[in-house]
Design a protein around this ligand. Structure first.
Ligand code: PMP
Length: 435
């Protein structure tokens, strides 16, 4: 007997959860409420008490095809029968090669080498190592810093955290442990789609480029650091300065990749190419944890020609065959679907239906790009109130700070999306009245 809880009643295991398990960014002394889920199908999440919620989160950008997707299920089942995992040191397998080939074919032509990591944060660590090892191999011993942006988010491991926004990323808490990098002001663009505050970045990179190995940024949308959207013009200008000053450009498309902003990859809005690209989240259609870091032949071979030559990373579950199989299936499913039309429809609908929130006093700003809709409030949101309220209204949304945002599975139907936008309007109206 390894368990003693009566699992037939969700209340029992829920109580155990509250007592023993950390959820993302939570305090065990003041646990936030969690809702027990028993199933998810298409765009619907089913709770233990039978309530069904329309999913507006795609499990944090990942479940682009919805849940319990037959083609993705099949890919895993087929792979499971031959091997669920095998070490990648000294061995290889078809699922890894197929995925690498697919990724190389669908990303910028210059990206020719792939590292299959086990989570988004790890792919950022690998990208940083690539940039540092590249500069070392070129004899640029002083290029040991990264240039990131305020409001950036790149993950929760120490290397990734060191390039997250210094305030949101709690740099003060880990002072002395986190590496020191440079931060430019978060990109701002004007109504005409032109960079409005590029001087801050430009001054910084011109002053410090001898120390900077790479710039790292989330193209077009800064995600977890504030859901801030900006323009292609800014990216263009960053690319040009990186080229001029011998600084690599790492694009973190862990959130924006695979169609979310309306292009397959957000860098396509600007017609630029990254030197190093991080992918994750929707890579497996939200089925399993897997990420990838891609780079050019020139960078890979420069690293290889340096000392020690080996790229210094090799996780246990690197290129997990189940994850690789479902990733290939997810990408094929996406590319065979009318994804652009779907995202276009979601974008238009969110623009039309979220607009009325703009009139409410609790609202600061409403913004939409591709399948991302954001209602920014004037004040921080009380999660203990808003989360159960959304559940009552039949939708799953997970606001943070002062942001309510939607990033639904691409298969969401018009009425389902309307249910979400109406729930947001209702909640924000209640907040506006109570102010
Ligand atoms: N980069 C970005 C842009 C992200 O949004 C995230 C996840 N929210 C990460 C990196 C980290 O990915 P993971 O949570 O898989 O480690």
């Amino acid at each position: 007997m390894t368990t003693s809880i009566d699992y037939t009643d969700a209340a029992n295991w829920l109580a155990y959860d509250v007592d023993h398990i950390w959820h993302p960014y939570t305090n065990v002394c003041k646990p936030s409420p969690v809702f027990p889920v028993v199933a998810a199908e298409g765009v619907m999440i089913e709770l233990a008490d039978g309530r069904r919620l329309v999913d507006g989160m795609a499990s944090w950008w990942a479940a682009i095809h919805g849940y319990n997707q037959p083609v993705l299920n099949q890919a895993i089942e087929t792979q499971l029968k031959s091997m669920s995992h095998i070490m990648f040191g000294g061995l290889t397998h078809e699922p890894a090669v197929r995925l690498a080939e697919t990724l190389i074919n669908i990303t910028a032509d210059s990206l020719q080498h792939v590292f299959l990591a086990d989570s988004g944060s790890v792919s950022v660590e690998v990208a940083m190592k690539m940039a540092l090892q590249y500069q070392l191999a070129r004899g640029n011993k002083n290029k040991t810093r990264l240039l990131s942006f305020r409001n950036a988010y790149h993950g929760d491991t120490f290397g990734a955290m060191s390039v997250c926004d210094p305030v949101n990323g709690m740099h003060s808490l880990f002072q002395g442990v986190l590496a020191q990098h440079y931060f430019a002001d978060a990109p701002i663009c004007n109504e005409q789609g032109q960079a409005d505050n590029f001087e801050d970045f430009e001054n910084l990179i011109r002053r410090q480029h001898n120390e900077i190995a790479a710039v790292i940024l989330e193209p077009m949308v800064q995600g977890a650091g504030g859901m801030r959207m900006y323009c292609a013009d800014y990216l263009h200008k960053v690319r040009a300065l990186c080229d001029e000053l011998n600084v690599l450009l790492i694009l973190d498309e862990i959130a924006t990749g695979f169609g979310r902003t309306g292009k397959l990859f957000a860098y396509e809005h600007a017609g630029i190419r990254p030197d190093i690209l991080c992918l994750g989240k929707a890579l497996t259609g939200g089925y399993m944890t897997l990420a990838a870091t891609l780079t050019s032949r020139h960078i890979a071979e420069t690293i290889g020609g340096g000392e020690p030559g080996n790229l210094m990373h090799g996780p246990t579950f690197m290129a997990n065959p189940l994850a690789c199989s479902v990733a290939s299936a997810s990408i094929n499913l996406l590319l065979a679907s009318p994804w652009q039309a779907r995202i276009d429809r979601i974008e238009k609908q969110m623009r039309a239906e979220l607009q009325r929130c703009q009139e409410l006093s609790a609202v600061k700003n409403v913004r939409v790009m591709g399948a991302i809709g954001v209602v920014e409030l004037q004040c921080e949101i009380d999660m203990h109130w808003i989360q159960p309220r959304f559940v009552e209204l039949g939708v799953w949304l997970r606001p943070f700070n002062n942001l309510i945002y939607i990033m639904p599975p691409y298969i969401i139907e018009t009425e389902q999306l309307s249910k979400i936008t109406s729930a947001i309007f209702t909640v924000v109206t209640e907040l506006s009245v109570s102010k």
